[in-house]
Design a protein. Structure first.
Length: 376
């Protein structure tokens, strides 16, 4: 092959590579254009979610509350419900700063059931327990959290605040979330810290496999629909989000195929012992009084794991109290009594505990504390 033939072949090869890259980028751009309308419709449709972001990404926990932020729970039917985090990331009633805290301090750790999704902060059981005891709640419940985040959060908060009481949620799905790479979300992906097996036969917490993306859809919540509005949304929100997610998922799949990402454990017993045992030890070291609050989401009730019964921590079965108060023990009766209904005819817009349920949960906890004679 002559030198001229080699140069011609090289030029053709470079041209083919460039053409392939251009075609690939165009094809990828079409996939983004195909996916963007559904995200645009979500932003415009007043779907179930948040008016503006309330969480930011965190390399250890996956996501954490944005300190001092104000936003609102949005619904497809009816008005928004305002919410606020204080400067330390605890949920507080809107307008409160969380600075004037009186004892007893009641720290609550859990998922959206503890946070009080779809409720005002003053209607949640951590707030009602604190009010009944004449103290202040530190509501550290975070939507979509599992046992991995709960343990990590307890390690941060209990030594810092030395709360008088620590309300620790137990629900079956908390273990499930702690043994998955992803957490449940309204849209997009949320990489999750998770428990994996160790060579010694125990379990350990692994950090999220990839960073999460912070996205703010609020500028497009109320803007008028139109081609320019959609183009702005496509370039400023959909494109960065999809590129980040696609790179993250591709990286995740490659690393998982190469064995670089550990698989979540299936050792439920060991996870429960590690998490609740660690929180118990933290409470003991900081002279806090722990209570495990059993919360469910149906009339089926909760099977309490034997590992919890073996710990020296009180169990408050709020799930059983809610079920016992039903006129009949059916799924329909449960959701009609404790779900969030709006409109005419009433439609269930959210399945989290409603204010009535939170009031009953709080009373169950307070009654237990009084019965044990442990009020400070």
């Amino acid at each position: 092959m002559s030198h001229l033939d080699y140069l011609a072949l090289r030029k053709k090869l470079l041209f083919s590579i460039c053409l392939l890259l251009i075609v690939s980028l165009m094809a990828y751009g079409l996939t983004i254009a195909y996916r963007a309308p559904s995200l645009y419709a979500y932003a415009k449709g007043h779907s179930r979610g948040w008016f503006r972001p309330v969480f930011r990404s965190d390399p250890e926990l996956g996501w954490v509350p944005i300190p001092g932020t104000r936003s609102a729970h949005t619904f497809p039917i009816g008005p928004d419900i305002p919410m606020q985090f204080d400067a330390d990331g605890f949920r507080v009633p809107v307008g409160e700063q969380g600075t004037n805290r009186s004892r007893p301090l009641i720290l609550a750790i859990g998922c959206s059931f503890t946070y009080g999704d779809a409720c005002l902060a003053e209607d949640t059981f951590p707030h009602k327990v604190a009010q009944s005891l004449g103290g202040t709640e530190l509501n550290a419940g975070v939507c979509s959290y599992g046992l991995a985040q709960m343990m990590l959060l307890a390690e941060r908060l209990i030594p810092r605040y030395s709360p008088d009481y620590v309300l620790i949620q137990y629900s079956p799905w908390l273990f499930d979330r702690a043994t998955m790479h992803f957490a449940p979300t309204y849209f997009s992906y949320a990489f999750n810290p998770f428990f994996a097996d160790t060579p010694a036969g125990g379990v350990e917490i692994c950090p999220p496999a990839f960073s999460n993306y912070d996205i703010d859809l609020s500028p497009w919540r109320a803007s008028p629909r139109g081609p320019l509005d959609f183009a702005s949304f496509l370039m400023r929100r959909a494109l960065p989000l999809f590129v980040h997610n696609d790179v993250g998922i591709l990286s995740y799949r490659i690393q998982r195929a190469l064995g670089l990402i550990k698989q979540p454990t299936k050792n439920r017993s060991e996870v429960l012992k590690i998490v609740y045992g660690r929180i118990q030890a933290l409470c003991s070291q900081n002279k806090s009084r722990p209570l495990i609050v059993i919360l469910g989401d149906s009339s089926a009730g909760i099977s309490i794991p034997k590992e919890l019964g073996e710990l020296e921590m009180p169990l408050v079965n709020a799930s059983a109290v809610l079920i016992a108060a039903l006129p009949e023990s059916t799924a329909d009766a449960y959701h009609r009594a404790y779900g969030h209904f709006r409109g005419s005819p009433p439609v269930c817009v959210d399945g989290h505990p409603n204010p009535r349920a939170h009031t009953m949960i709080a009373k169950t906890i307070v009654d237990y504390i009084h019965a044990m004679g442990r009020t400070p």
